[in-house]
Structure formats: C-alpha cells, structure tokens
Write a protein that binds this ligand. Structure first.
Ligand code: PMP
Length: 379
C-alpha cells in the first residue's frame, strides 16, 4: 500500500480515537505524518527505542540492572503476552525442584491460572486477601513465603492489585522482599497498572525497584493497555533481570527463540506511539499529567463514596477499605447475594465477589450507587 493510501486509511480511523487523551492524539499525529515509516517487520525482540524506554520506566532511569546491561527486554503482546512469554521461559529454563509450580495470590486476575496451566506450570494459591478486614492477610502471605520450598516462584502484582485493590505498604513489601531473598524465591512481577495506584509512575514502581536493589531474582510483565489507554494496540514488554551481563545475553537468545515460534515479530503501531511518548520530554510530561488526572479522579470517587456512605447515609459497617484500597478496582466487602441484588434491582453491574471498577463511578452516578449499596447492606 502506498503511503498516501495508508494515510487515508488511518485518517478514516482518526474520528474514532478523537476522545483519547491529548498526548496520544499528539503522538498519533506525529506518527501519522512521518512519511519515512513503513510496514517492515520489527526485530524479533521488538522496537528497541520502546523496550529500552519501557525498562527505564519500570526499573528507574539509573537502575543498575539497566546500566549494567543485566536486563533483557522483549516487546510482547501487551501484559497478557508478557505473562505468557515469562511463564513459557520459566517453564523451559527455571531449575525446578519437582513439578513446576507458581504461587498466585488468592484471589488474582483470573487469567493468571490459565496462562500458567497452558505452559505446564501448576498454580497454587497463597493467602492474600482477608475478607474479615477487607484488607491484606499479611501474616498468611508472609507465612506462605516462609513455608514454601526454597526457590519457589511467586507472582506479585507490582501495584494496584487486581481484583482486590489491596496493596502491601512499603514496610510490608520490605519484609516480603527480605523473606524472598533469604529463601531465594523468584519474583514474577505483573505490572499492569503503573501510575494508577498513586498517580506517580515512579512511586508505583517502588516495589519492583526495591526488589531489584535487594537482589531478588525477578522478571516483570509490563502492560501499557491501561496507563496509555492503548488496550487494543497490545503494547507490552517482558523484562528479565539477570545477575550478570553474560547470563542476560543467554536469556535474550533463548527469549528470541521462543518469541520466534510464538509470534515471530511484535506489532509496530502501538510500540511506536509509546516510544514517542517515553522518549520525548514534552509528550512524557503530558502523559504523566493525564495519568495524574485519571488516578486523581479515581481517588476523588473513593473519597466521595466514603463520605456519602459514612456521613450522609450512615450505612452500617466499616467502610475504611474504600479509602485504603488502591487503583481501579475495589472490593466492597459485600457478599454474592448482595452483589446479585445490586445487579438485579439496581442494574449496577459488578462481579459476584463484590468487586467494583472505581473508574465506572462518576459525579452523576455515585449517589445512585451509594444509595443502592446502602439498601442491599441493610437487607
Ligand atoms: N495483569 C493484570 C493483573 C491485569 O489486570 C491485566 C488486564 N486486566 C493484565 C495483566 C493484562 O492486560 P493486557 O493484556 O490487556 O495488557
């Protein structure tokens, strides 16, 4: 297809992406006006300007793991693809003692179970969420880390845990890292919401960076679906941190072999967009502002929901968790019958386990939601 035809084809798509945030439109505009772009394959490991900037985004610009070239970064089919490639890599090359197992938080993103089973790694649960406190089962979590055989692989949500919205505090993360280092466990970090928890990209990468500093063996699955609003473009990366540059070279070679048989070459468009945003100071600043607006709005909704429930409606029970939980999702703590009643009587759609998407609340519907929640809680 000639470039002009391509531009016509793209421009017919533009009206549909008009409502996306400013900096994506700006990045889109720059990308579409670049007449030097073609439809060639990317290298097997992806667009280097994207993967290297993505590594710095999660690991930090001055990370020793990046500067010492111990990190291998491969472009993947968004976060799901990163999880899959990471799981496949471990299934082949991790030195398993016995049958391959991955420890998953209970609960976790439902797809984790399928992704690991697909490559022959058996998922096992570790305690994470405590329904009594609607918060972290810290003791259960630590004791699972302590009693698991040495060199076990634990999946950790880097921030904004899906589905609970419950994250460890920094002090708790430090203890988790300590046990993992002592027991030589492997951390399989899933980072699908960087920027959503605190609004700060660096702050949300704190746990990952701390684990790297502590020398815990790890990999990171990174998704740009949520924080760059690029769900359908499937932009993600897998970063594997190795102890030495030589080990990293071997990891890169094996990852390339796996990637070749899985997808051959990752897609260009979304990676080019994110590369533009991450490598341009002005676009990067605008993106950070967009993320703050988005996460700030979610935090405002948490405050308002908490205020209506506790001050106005005086809904029975403790609602502190609404404020304490982090990110897009919130476990309300209501039971499956109450969730069902919200769906059937209020046409408020949430998962049976009581999880709501805070992003679905706005100034127009929050009172309606709070009043209906109040009704089902009172029975
Ligand atoms: N990990 C977690 C914890 C998620 O919640 C999601 C998306 N819901 C993903 C990974 C993958 O998302 P995607 O493939 O769209 O990047």
């Amino acid at each position: 297809m000639s470039l002009s035809l391509l531009q016509i084809a793209y421009s017919s798509l533009l009206p549909h992406i008009k409502r996306t945030p400013m900096r994506k439109n700006e990045a889109t505009r720059i990308l579409l006006s670049d007449e030097t772009l073609d439809h060639e394959y990317l290298p097997i490991t992806g667009l280097a300007s994207f993967t290297s900037a993505a590594a710095k985004l999660i690991l930090g610009p001055t990370s020793p793991a990046v500067q010492e070239q111990r990190t291998v970064s491969v472009q993947t089919i968004s976060g799901t693809g990163a999880n899959h490639l990471g799981a496949l890599f471990l299934s082949r090359f991790y030195k398993w003692d016995g049958a391959p197992k991955i420890w998953l938080s209970n609960p976790t993103w439902a797809n984790h179970h399928a992704i690991f089973k697909n490559v022959g790694i058996q998922p096992v649960d570790y305690p994470y969420y405590d329904p009594k406190t609607i918060g972290l089962d810290y003791d259960g979590f630590i004791s699972a880390l302590q009693t698991a055989p040495e060199r076990s692989v634990f999946l950790l949500h880097a921030c904004a845990h899906n589905p609970t919205g419950v994250d460890p505090t920094q002090e708790q993360w430090k203890s988790v890292a300590e046990v993992m280092a002592v027991k030589k466990h492997y951390a399989f970090f899933d980072s699908a919401y960087q920027g959503f928890a605190s609004g700060g990209l660096d702050k949300d990468a704190w746990a990952v960076r701390y684990f790297v500093e502590r020398g815990v063996a790890l990999l990171i699955c990174q998704s740009f679906a949520k924080n760059a609003g690029l769900y359908g473009e499937r932009v993600g990366a897998l970063h594997i941190v190795s102890p030495t540059r030589e080990a990293a070279d071997r990891v890169k070679s094996q990852l390339s072999v796996l990637q070749r048989s899985e997808i051959s070459n990752p897609p260009t468009y979304g990676a080019r967009l994110v590369s533009l945003i991450l490598n341009d100071d002005v676009l990067f600043d605008e993106w950070k502002k967009d993320i703050q607006t988005m996460s700030g709005r979610i935090i405002d909704m948490r405050k308002e929901l908490f205020r209506i429930l506790t001050e106005e409606l005086k809904t029975p029970g403790n609602w502190d968790h609404i404020m304490n939980q982090i990110g897009m999702f919130s476990f309300t703590g209501i039971n499956p019958e109450q969730s069902k009643a919200l769906v059937e009587k209020g046409h408020i759609y949430l998962t049976a386990n009581g999880r709501i998407s805070m992003a679905g609340l706005n100034t127009h519907n929050i009172r309606y939601f709070a009043e209906n929640l109040d009704k089902v809680v009172r029975g």
